[in-house]
Design a binder for this molecule. Structure first.
Ligand code: PLP
Length: 349
């Protein structure tokens, strides 16, 4: 009963098999391997973007920070939600890789950026000429940090505001597949057709051992990305092992199958917990993350039964057995119905 993070799940067997298969003989290094050619072709096909540049890195932080570094100059601002991973969980990597761009944080319910706030703060930024930080880029996250999914219309609106302010948009898709199957739209609709310029296309949380892609829709930005990735120490020499993972992930829709399972288990968890006395969601669930709460006694029973998950926000449990305590529950590609049902039974007692 492991609901602490989708990062805690293993890699999918298909991915491990692809790694073993790639571990044969010699091949070109630094991304010139044949498997990477296949990954690039698959990704362009999936995104309906024949010109897109596709690169692989090993962490989501690297993907985000390098992506932002080609959208914002050191004297510019990156607008993000105040709960964005880029703001709260990347130890200043976006500022570091951009050479000092400033993150300007915005509000909005359920970790979705409030469009009016973006319009207002964006318009104010850069008004005092040389004395001001200038406008640079917008970054949004789908699935976002509180488990909500921006709709295509919401993405379009935010990108339009950013574009009118002269800014490009980055999408942190650490859970890209989970967002996509939740929206039931095409990758193109969720990204470039809505105005997104650069995507961090996650894989690690959804069955890879450790690979994320960066997809850049404007090929003119590609060379700068390549230079920055190398300079940042993230161009892998034995690149075939990154390529093999992503190739297996994209082959025959594995990435979507894995995400559908994770989301289905999220839905089941929400539905079954709905029968528990005192249970309530604190943010809407759109994919594989639940932010919810129930009385402390249920948490004690679940933890005694071996369930692993985090209280959220990170507060130590306190108070009596009836106290409402909130937590984050994350399902993954390998969560089973049995695991969900056992957890809910333990919470109920
Ligand atoms: C929204 C979001 N973006 C990016 C990441 C990638 O982080 P990492 O650098 O740990 O791979 C995560 C992982 O927790 C995340 O939740």
């Amino acid at each position: 009963m492991f609901f602490s993070s989708d990062n805690a799940a293993p890699a999918a067997p298909e991915v491990m098999a692809a790694l073993a298969a790639a571990n044969e003989g010699y091949t070109s290094s630094y991304g010139a391997d044949d498997i990477m050619d296949r990954v690039r072709a698959r990704m362009r096909d999936i995104f309906e973007a024949p010109e897109a540049a596709v690169y692989l890195v090993s962490t989501g932080t690297t993907a985000n920070a390098l992506a932002l570094s080609i959208l914002a100059r050191p004297w510019q601002a990156v607008f993000c939600h105040r709960h964005a991973h880029a703001e709260e969980d990347e130890c200043g990597a976006p500022e570091f890789y951009t050479g000092g761009a400033k993150l300007i944080t915005l509000g909005g319910a359920d970790a979705k950026i409030d469009a009016t706030e973006l319009r207002t703060r964006g318009a104010e930024t850069g008004q005092l000429g040389v004395h001001n930080i200038q406008r640079g880029a917008l970054t949004i996250t789908n699935v976002n940090e509180l488990g909500s999914v921006y709709t295509v219309a919401e993405i379009k609106e935010l990108c339009r505001i950013a574009r009118n302010l002269g800014m490009g948009t980055h999408l942190d898709g650490a859970r890209f597949a989970n967002a996509l199957v939740s929206l039931n739209c095409s990758p193109a609709e969720m990204t470039w057709k809505s105005g997104v310029d650069v995507v961090s296309f996650g894989g690690t949380k959804n069955g890879l051992m450790g690979v994320e892609a960066v997809v850049i829709f404007d090929p003119e930005k590609a060379w700068e990305f390549e230079l920055r990735r190398k300079r940042g120490g993230h161009l892998f020499s034995k690149h075939r092992y990154l390529s093999a993972q992503m190739d297996a992930y994209l082959k025959d829709g594995l990435w979507l199958r894995l995400a559908r399972q994770a989301n289905a288990m999220g839905a089941r968890l929400e539905a079954e917990l709905g029968h528990v006395d005192g249970f309530r969601m604190v943010h809407p669930r759109h994919a594989n993350m639940l932010f919810c709460g129930f009385p402390q006694a249920g948490h004690k029973r679940a933890q005694d039964a071996g369930a692993m998950y985090y209280p959220w926000p990170n507060k130590a449990p306190s108070g009596g057995s009836e106290v409402f305590l909130t937590c984050r529950l994350v399902t993954s590609w390998c969560t089973t119905t049995e695991e969900v049902d056992r957890f809910v039974a333990a919470v109920r007692g």
